[in-house]
Structure formats: structure tokens, C-alpha cells
Design a protein around this ligand. Structure first.
Ligand code: C5P
Length: 222
């Protein structure tokens, strides 16, 4: 019997990460934060002195990417090549590195099997950009979570301030628009809702409301 997968795709700072974590906890399922894999690859490439557009050199790095995720008190610690990179991984600059390596088709192909390997019993909640369209096309429930760029920038700003990172709201809005553009326009696995996805616009919804809508949908589709 195949493992049930619930995919949550959407643009940067749409709340996917937080919502995927809560939904996974409610269902008692595994969690895949696919963005963290692309972020880890961006950091690893930089550490190895490999250019972020050198597709040929990036593929072997993607194949052997020495990343480990360790659940720790409701959060995930990320270890890369023996070092704890949890904090650096979440930095805006690392998101920028990730979105550069993520445009390369051979890099995406090299990371596919690793992502699919997260599908373990009793089920998986997978968050990213192409979880429902490419990585788990047969998932019985696919969510596309979005919100306006301004609202996403405001949330990101609050999140960064809480973590002690400084950020300028106007710059964040610009960065979010640029990242949306790159993620939506790229030739391979562009960010878009799967044909059978349920779209949730969270601009005016709280986290609890979004989580309960997803759990309701999950209950009817299982
Ligand atoms: O979700 P997160 O902000 O951590 O993702 C960082 C970047 O990695 C995204 O902007 C996107 O370019 C890339 N990404 C992707 N496909 C995924 C997850 C992330 O292309 N499934």
C-alpha cells in the first residue's frame, strides 16, 4: 500500500512551513521541508567554491548532499557536513542561494529521489513549490497556499525580528516579488497550483483557520 502524501505548495512566506508542521503534528505524519534541501545545497555549493550556475558541478554535490534533519522540541535542526546550520539556513541570503540552484533542471532531477524518500508510514506532509506538480503528482490531497506579497512581507518581517534578524519591510516586499517572479517563470517545475489543488488564500486568515481547513479537506479525502 502506498503511503498517503499531503502536499502544500505556495510562494515564499505564504506560511507553508508553519502550517505544514502543524498539519503533520495533528495527523502524526512525517514532514518534508523541501526548501530546506535547496537551501542546504546553496550553502554547500558556496562552501565548496562551486558557482551557483555551474549545473555540471552542482549535480554531484546534490547527489551526495550531506544534510541531516533532526527534530528538536517542535523545531528542526539542520546539520550540513557535520555543522549545525539551522540559523544560517533560514537567512534571507540563503533563500537567495537556494532559488539560484533551484532553476537548474539537472539539479532538481538529482534531488527528486531524496525528496520522494521522505514518504514513509503513516503519511507525509510535503511543503515546497512543486510537491503536488512534480515530486508527488499522485498525492490524494494537494494544497496551494498563497497570500498577497505585502502580507507575506509583513509576516516575514515579524518572523525575522522575533529571531533577532534585522530587515527592511520595503526591501522584503521587493525581494518577495523578485523571488515569486523567478519561481513562477522558470522553465522547470515552475511554481503553480497543481490542476487538482485546493487553493487557500491566507491573506485574511490566521494559521489555526488554515490548518483546520486543510484537516477538514484531509478528513474527506482519505
Ligand atoms: O521554501 P523556501 O523559501 O525555503 O525555498 C527556498 C527556495 O528554494 C525557493 O525560493 C525556491 O526557489 C526553491 N525551492 C524550489 N522547489 C521547492 C522548494 C524550494 O524550487 N520544492
Amino acid at each position: 500500500m502506498s503511503v498517503p502524501v499531503l502536499t502544500i505548495d505556495g510562494p515564499v512566506s505564504s506560511g507553508k512551513g508553519t502550517i505544514a508542521r502543524r498539519v503533520a503534528a495533528e495527523l502524526g505524519w512525517q514532514l518534508l521541508d523541501s526548501g530546506a534541501i535547496y537551501r542546504a545545497l546553496g550553502l554547500y555549493a558556496r562552501a565548496q567554491g562551486v558557482a551557483l550556475n555551474d549545473e555540471t558541478a552542482l549535480v554531484p554535490l546534490a547527489e551526495r548532499l550531506p544534510v541531516r534533519f533532526c527534530e528538536q522540541g517542535g523545531d528542526t535542526a539542520v546539520w550540513l557536513d557535520g555543522a549545525d546550520v539551522s540559523r544560517e539556513l533560514r537567512d534571507e541570503k540563503t533563500g537567495e542561494l537556494a532559488s539560484q540552484v533551484a532553476v537548474l533542471p539537472a539539479v532538481r532531477a538529482a534531488l527528486l529521489a531524496r525528496q520522494q524518500g521522505f514518504a514513509e508510514a503513516p503519511g507525509l506532509v510535503a511543503d515546497g513549490r512543486d510537491m503536488g506538480t512534480v515530486v508527488f503528482p499522485d498525492a490524494p490531497l494537494k494544497i496551494y497556499l498563497t497570500a498577497s506579497a505585502e502580507e507575506r512581507a509583513r509576516r516575514r518581517h515579524n518572523q525575522l525580528s522575533e529571531k533577532g534578524f534585522g530587515a527592511n519591510l520595503a526591501t522584503l516586499i521587493e525581494d518577495i516579488r523578485a523571488r515569486d517572479e523567478r519561481d513562477m517563470q522558470r522553465a522547470v517545475a515552475p511554481l503553480k497550483p497543481a490542476a487538482d489543488a485546493l487553493t487557500i488564500d491566507s491573506t485574511h486568515l490566521g494559521i489555526a483557520e488554515v490548518v483546520s481547513r486543510i484537516l477538514e479537506a484531509a478528513a474527506t479525502r482519505r
